[in-house]
Design a protein around this ligand. Structure first.
Ligand code: ATP
Length: 273
């Protein structure tokens, strides 16, 4: 099988202009007055409607990159442009879904968890209620609209967090291992749901994962990062792969596993599903 790859800093050509353009990004943390570099040199682009997966060993800087794109961290070098703009202070144009189950407002029922950020961002009461109902329905949560977060399973909480983020209709949805804390069965159900919902809503997504299977299933492209301080090892086109039973799907997984294990000598974790 021929795998479609693109050189690390020249993403496959697309007809539209990139929504997000990351060029030679360098990111680190100040410790004792010195910059500890987590991400050395990373370049990739995301076009409207694409789902780009960040895959790499533990500690290689996936979350750091995602937080930089969210505007929580200033890059130390290179450039990150969103719709041509380099001012990336945090805003509702980039909604973030995290791994933790406690990201919902515990004192609000599910419906209010969705309407509250919509109201804060200027939507009228009627609009917020209509949009919340639409996204709760999309994520199969209409029956749980009046429940409080503590009355939900872990999988339901993550579905609410995804519905809330999508309801903001961000230009870019940032997901940091949103299914990482779920049991295997719930995780594959949510992967299927996200696969369907994100494609039908034409959402543009940057998704951090440890799971090779998840990367190939949900992604259009997989950006593989190496050991820290990270650079891009390869960008793999997997847009045509959505059937986990297909031999091409297994071939892509095998290829990614070999890339990751070849680059895994100093990684904190060597396990990739
Ligand atoms: N707030 C912080 N202050 C200082 N160093 C940090 C901070 N957050 C992360 N780091 C360091 O930056 C590096 C990259 O961490 P990051 O969490 O981005 O990696 P990751 O690839 O997302 O890891 P994992 O897959 O285990 O979640 C690590 O060495 C980590 O210890």
């Amino acid at each position: 099988m021929e795998l479609r790859t693109s050189p690390a800093d020249t993403p496959a050509p697309r007809t539209s202009a990139p929504l997000l353009d990351v060029e030679h990004a360098r990111v680190g943390y100040e410790l004792d007055g010195r910059l500890q570099v987590a991400v050395e040199d990373v370049s990739f682009a995301i076009h409207p409607g694409e789902h780009v997966m960040l895959l790499g060993p533990s500690g290689c800087g996936k979350s750091t990159l995602l937080k930089t794109i969210a505007g929580f961290i200033e890059p130390a070098g290179g450039s990150i442009r969103l719709n041509g703009r380099t001012d990336l202070s945090p805003g509702p144009d980039r909604a973030v879904v995290f791994q933790e189950f406690d990201q919902l407002f515990p004192w609000f029922p599910v419906e209010r968890n969705l309407t509250y950020p919509l109201r804060v961002n200027g939507r009228s009461k009627a609009d917020a209620a209509r949009i919340a109902a639409e996204y709760l329905d999309l994520m199969g949560l209409s029956h749980a609209a009046d429940r409080y977060p503590h009355q939900l399973s872990g999988g339901m909480k993550q579905r609410v967090a995804i519905a809330r983020a999508m309801a903001l209709e961000p230009v870019l949805l940032l997901m940091d291992e949103p299914f990482g804390a779920l049991d295997a069965q719930t995780r594959s159900r949510l992967q299927r749901e996200l696969h369907e919902v994100a494609r039908s809503a034409e959402a543009t997504i940057l998704f951090v994962t440890h799971s090779i299977q998840e990367a190939v299933y949900i992604g259009h492209r997989v950006v593989v990062l190496g050991t820290p301080p990270s650079t891009v090892v390869e960008i793999l086109d997997v847009a045509h792969l959505s059937d986990p039973a297909a031999p091409e799907f297994t071939d892509a997984m095998r290829h990614l596993r070999s890339l990751l294990s070849a680059d895994d000598s100093t990684a904190e974790s060597a396990t990739f599903e």
